[in-house]
Ligand binder design. Structure first.
Ligand code: SAH
Ligand code: SF4
Length: 350
């Protein structure tokens, strides 16, 4: 196993069979070796900095019906809210004053926010905070909308591919199409966004071969950002009785993602922190280099319930920022409040 890990470290490449073999046979020792190499690669590429992004969850309405997600349209128990553009700008202001220079605007697929409303919002954020990067995570839209939002000033877009298995994707997304998801990612890259893909670990029915496929897909896509988190069930979804993905499996995938796509920005996700109190710190030590403290108004945070027991729903933005800074330092890293563009985006100009 150690040879495979070393091979991956030195050339960033393994075949599907090799990844499957590695995942099946990782023992405690080879896993630690993998973690060490992933950490080395991160230090080589990004040093010991951790970038902070201010996350604003601006709407809990969603027209889609992903089986795993608490915001799915069929969940009648979900409490819905929608922040007005002026409220979103207030959140950005609070974040800006706390030192954030990247904002991530995330929501369910909520078409109340028309192309016009979104374009105005993006413009307003960029006019008011010209030295910030703006990331959107609003799901699938048509190419024209993605294009206008980019022209309005949006810099980055997060759209996880969720799973690279066509079959599993189909089962989990009754209202969505595997091909369209991939097409959206390709479109976003072509337009010029810094793009984030990613997947969940431990989805019901997910196999080791599926996870190997996720890594190979990421390697081919070569995204700027990669979000990997454990699947965590939500009580008001059809997957309520399924078990969550494990911390160790998720960490292994984070480490492998660092070795497969060395220049990617990889967050230590809130889902990992929700699964285990030290989940995010563990991720930072095996290749992750981003954290995304919550800047949403405290009054709405509990309502953005993607999964059970989501953390950081009671604290004010300043507390979240402070708490994460302490955690990052305690884990042996340093906070970087800059825009934190991906290495790919600063070396390859479109
Ligand atoms: N609606 C947008 C963005 C919000 S959802 C979109 O779907 O792209 C953001 C991410 O939350 C999803 O990409 C998914 O990977 C994750 N998520 C949703 N439900 C989850 C669950 N039960 N466990 C873990 N992650 C989940
Ligand atoms: Fe909607 Fe995104 Fe949840 Fe799917 S994952 S139901 S698109 S919020």
């Amino acid at each position: 196993m150690k040879q495979l890990v070393q091979k991956l470290y030195s050339c960033g490449e393994l075949s599907q069979e090799e990844v499957v073999h590695l995942l099946h046979n990782l023992g405690p020792e080879s896993r630690d070796e993998l973690f060490r190499y992933a950490h080395m690669k991160r230090i080589e590429r990004y040093g010991d900095k951790v970038f902070m992004r201010g996350l604003i969850e601006f709407s809990s309405f969603c027209r889609q019906n992903c089986l795993y997600c608490g915001l799915r349209a069929s969940n009648v128990a979900a409490e819905r809210y929608r922040l007005q553009p002026v409220q979103i700008l207030d959140c950005c202001q609070e974040g800006y004053d706390l030192g954030f220079r990247t904002f991530v605007l995330q929501s369910g697929e909520d078409y109340w926010y028309t192309e016009t409303i979104l374009v105005d919002l993006v413009r307003s954020v960029k006019v008011r905070f010209p030295d910030t990067a703006l990331t959107l995570s609003i799901g699938e839209r048509d190419e024209e909308t993605y294009q206008s939002l980019y022209e309005a000033g949006a810099d980055r877009f997060l759209l996880r591919h969720e799973t690279a298995s066509r079959n599993l994707y189909k089962k989990l997304h009754p209202t969505m199409s595997f091909d369209n998801r991939r097409k959206c990612l390709a479109t976003l890259q072509r337009i010029g966004y810094q793009v984030g893909a990613g997947f969940m670990v431990g989805l019901p029915g997910q196999t080791v071969a599926d996870l190997a496929e996720d890594l190979l897909y990421l390697r081919a896509l070569n995204p700027d950002m990669i979000g990997i988190g454990p699947f965590i069930p939500h009580d008001d979804t059809p997957l309520r009785d399924e078990s969550a993905g494990s911390l160790e499996d998720t960490l292994v995938m984070v480490a492998l993602a660092r070795l497969f796509v060395p220049d990617a920005l990889i967050p230590a996700t809130t889902a990992l922190g929700s699964l285990d109190v030290m989940g995010r710190e563990r991720a930072l030590k095996v290749g992750a280099n981003v954290v995304m403290p919550n800047l949403s108004p405290v009054t709405v945070r509990k309502k953005y319930a993607l999964y059970n027991n989501k953390i950081c729903t009671g604290e004010e933005s300043a507390e979240c920022r402070h708490c994460l800074e302490l955690r990052i330092r305690a884990a042996g890293f340093f906070v970087d409040m800059g825009r934190g563009d991906s290495l790919k985006s600063v070396t390859v100009k479109p």
